[in-house]
Design a protein around this ligand. Structure first.
Ligand SMILES: [Zn+2]
Length: 177
């Protein structure tokens, strides 16, 4: 049984992205993290770039403090700029370089955007140690059962909400992504 599992894993074997890694792109991500945190002081120590076919197509840096937007993370900005530039919500063939390990929000965004790979510099533990950023704690919250989470979410008016889903499911031109 073990061999069949291994065979299956082999079938879905991942591409080795380490050969594609280029230091200049990580340097740029780290440079943007310095811009955000020390030069322009727009937010935390986070910078990111998205690379396609060996070129940077989008950049981002943390601007949470400047914009009062808690979602303005470097990776989110880079993803938004890349998808706008390419005219698609999906970024297959693109690689994210980020100066620090993604938070749960950005990691989820990477999945929504179908990026191929992530290279990161500092770890979430570094962000916690030197900046008291709470990524680790958010991950801990997400891993808990709903009933044990600090912020609760409750189901209400399901049938009314599902009525729209039913209508949507009948649309010939319904959104799909
Ligand atoms: Zn993030």
């Amino acid at each position: 049984m073990v061999s069949s599992i291994n065979k299956n894993e082999h079938k879905h074997s991942r591409k080795d992205f380490s050969k594609e890694y280029k230091e200049e792109f990580m340097k740029r991500a780290i440079e943007l993290s310095r811009k955000a945190s020390i030069i322009d002081k727009t937010g935390g120590v986070f910078g990111a770039v998205i690379v396609k076919d060996g070129n940077i197509i989008a950049e981002g840096y943390n601007q949470v403090k400047k914009t009062n937007d808690p979602t303005w993370h470097a990776e989110m900005q880079a993803i938004r700029e890349a998808t706008k530039k390419l005219g698609t919500p999906h970024l297959e063939g693109c690689v994210l370089y980020t100066s620090a390990e993604c938070c749960p929000m950005c990691l989820a965004a990477v999945y929504w955007a179908h990026l191929d790979h992530i290279f990161y510099g500092a770890t979430v533990d570094d962000a916690k140690k030197y900046g008291d950023f709470q990524d680790v704690d958010i991950l801990k919250e997400i891993r808990k059962e709903n009933k044990d989470r600090r912020i609760q979410f409750e189901e209400k008016m399901r049938s009314e909400a599902v009525a729209v889903w039913k209508e949507f499911s009948q649309l010939p031109d319904r959104a799909h992504y």
